[in-house]
Design a protein around this ligand. Structure first.
Ligand SMILES: NC(=O)c1ccc[n+]([C@@H]2O[C@H](COP(=O)([O-])OP(=O)(O)OC[C@H]3O[C@@H](n4cnc5c(N)ncnc54)[C@H](O)[C@@H]3O)[C@@H](O)[C@H]2O)c1
Length: 372
């Protein structure tokens, strides 16, 4: 169904993970524009599932700032087990609200699910659908087609550390960077396996081992070991500062980038910038073979919330990734084709130069899926 299967987010070569037949999806719209883009993504998912003759079971959870402020609920203790038992995948909007500046609920829900469901792969495809969308002069769809694989359960995001003498002139703040042999090896191995499965031939690992002499020395040693098992794949290493510069200078060098939690967070936002912005970028938080979580890369965008301005394409493309994870590849390609068609025909929200609102964009995509 794709316009060009070789250049789809999943390279058109089959499911990202082990095929699953059921479509039980837990949905957490969350906060801000999450509550606007997710209903649109659901319209598109329902249209694609219907067109493919699939049965989709959706259950929504109202976790977010409103619920937290009302009764203190963030992530209920039994939620991870419940998701494993009763669902095949999770779709999340975004979490973050100006009324809760410390973002306790957001951290509990999103980081809680990443850690407790052990979603150790954060997969962020950066695929340029139309050359008019990239800020890089002279770059075409052929040049920008890579994925960032971010380690998603360790690094500087584990929340280990503390303050000493907080609020005084002698304050000390410590934030620990956790790198385990198991954690580093499984994401690097996933990168090579992903490359092999998707038909990619190049994997680039990025770290800062010249300065972070312990944690990233581990990344170096594990990368050297694992790459020796994949002789058909070209393995390359770049320090993170050089990686970011090279992504801007010549993104066509990259196919699969694998890196730690913090660097992946930054590199994938740069990647989103190269393909048209945050409104268009999807991501997957994956535990291979188990329930995984898909979300647009963007946050709750309080500046746009409630104005019918947010682009729902990132959420729609996240739902295409979700379908891929279920093994529903042709339905996933239907969604992707609809997004490509919208961009080609100039039917977009304002961030991509068009004039459609969030609602109209969702409806346009859902109608396009049905007509295809
Ligand atoms: N995964 C998540 O839930 C997640 C991720 C990032 C940020 N956040 C939270 O979101 C809140 C806002 O954070 P931020 O402003 O740094 O990031 P953001 O992604 O919400 O917004 C950054 C910029 O991109 C624009 N933008 C984002 N999504 C868009 C869309 N769909 N269409 C058009 N434009 C879009 C926004 O208007 C804003 O100018 C904070 O509370 C933050 O903690 C949550």
């Amino acid at each position: 169904m794709s316009d060009n299967p070789q250049r789809s987010m999943n390279a058109g070569r089959g499911p990202i993970e082990v095929p699953r037949s059921r479509g039980r999806v837990a949905v957490i719209p969350g906060d801000g524009i999450g509550k606007e883009v997710i209903p649109e993504a659901l319209k598109v998912m329902r249209a694609a599932a219907g067109a493919g003759g699939r049965e989709l079971f959706i259950k929504e959870f109202d976790w977010g700032a409103d619920r937290y402020l009302r009764d203190g609920t963030t992530l209920p203790a039994d939620a991870p087990d419940m998701f494993r038992r009763e669902f095949d995948a999770i779709l999340l909007g975004a979490l973050g609200d100006p009324r809760t500046p410390e973002n306790r609920h957001g951290a509990d829900i999103l980081m809680g699910l990443r850690f407790k469901l052990d979603l150790y792969v954060n997969l962020r495809p950066c695929v340029l659908f139309d050359r008019r969308l990239t800020p890089l002069n002279e770059r075409t769809e052929e040049d920008i087609h890579f994925v960032v694989l971010r380690e998603n359960t360790e690094g500087l995001y584990v929340g280990m550390g503390g303050f000493f003498k907080k609020g005084t002139a002698d304050e000390i703040a410590i934030q620990e960077d956790v790198n385990t042999r198991k954690g580093v090896e499984r994401i690097i191995r996933y990168a090579f396996e992903y490359a092999r499965r998707q038909g990619f031939t190049r994997v680039c690992m990025s770290d800062k081992s010249n300065a972070l002499a312990f944690g990233h020395d581990l990344w170096q040693r594990v990368f050297a070991e694992v790459q020796s098992e994949y002789s058909a794949i070209e393995a390359r290493h770049l320090y993170i500062d050089n990686l970011l510069m090279q992504m801007l200078r010549d993104p066509s060098q990259f196919q699969v980038i694998v890196t730690c939690n913090l660097f992946g967070d930054i590199a994938s936002d740069l990647g989103a910038g190269l393909i048209g912005g945050l409104g268009l970028a999807p991501s997957g938080n994956i535990h291979p073979g188990s329930v995984s979580l898909f979300e647009p890369v963007h946050g709750s965008a309080p500046d746009l919330a409630g104005k019918n301005l947010a682009n729902p394409m990132g959420a729609a493309l996240a739902s295409a990734m979700l379908f891929d994870s279920l093994g529903w590849t042709s339905e996933a390609r239907m969604i992707e084709s609809a997004v490509r068609a919208a961009i080609r025909e100039g039917k977009t929200t304002r961030d991509l130069g068009g004039s459609l609102g969030t609602l109209e964009m969702g409806e346009w995509l859902a109608n396009r899926v049905v007509k295809a």
